[in-house]
Design a protein around this ligand. Sequence first.
Ligand code: GRF
Length: 196
Amino acid sequence: MKKSNGNLVHSFNIAVFISGRGSNLLSIIKKSLNRNSLFRVSLVLSNKGSAKGLKLAKKYGIKTLISDFTKSKAKEKKVIKIVNKNQIKLICLAGFMKILSNNFIKSFKGKIINIHPSLLPKYKGLNTHEKVVKNKDTYTGCTVHFVTKKLDSGEIILKKKVRVKINDNKITIEKKVLKIEHKIYPEAIVKVLSNF
Ligand code: GRF
């Protein structure tokens, strides 16, 4: 962490990759605006131009990029270049619904993290809340983990549990889990950056 006039200043540029709503993006942006924040969101990338999160990014004056780069090597190369040019130290996937290539993951080894709406290693992949309901689990939660080539399997950074009640359904569970996602994702970012 650097100091200027005795105050702590932003040290790390991070990028957030989204595909939709962007509620995790908002929680990350809010944390970054705290005095003495260790990071600032310098780039928001979406694979879809219609992602609501892009509007949020613009509202906060953050640079945005729309690129479905997982579909083309040339586009991927461009995104790698842009990430490097912006001196991005950490890429945070937040509802980014595309699989990154091995080449992309290798290019930012140990520098890509993701939030997953289950208590990993339980329920990798999609439809996690449906699985919780179907199996009558009494707990669920969310996990922030490093991204590796094996889906939802990288080292766990932070995990948080939430209780599932008898009357809960997919929608109420999603709400509860999202609430704790918003809490732990910014915390996980700080945890990772503190080790850089
Ligand atoms: C979250 O539930 C996240 O865990 C999952 O996708 C959802 C994204 O929500 N990977 P949002 O776009 O951050 O609101």
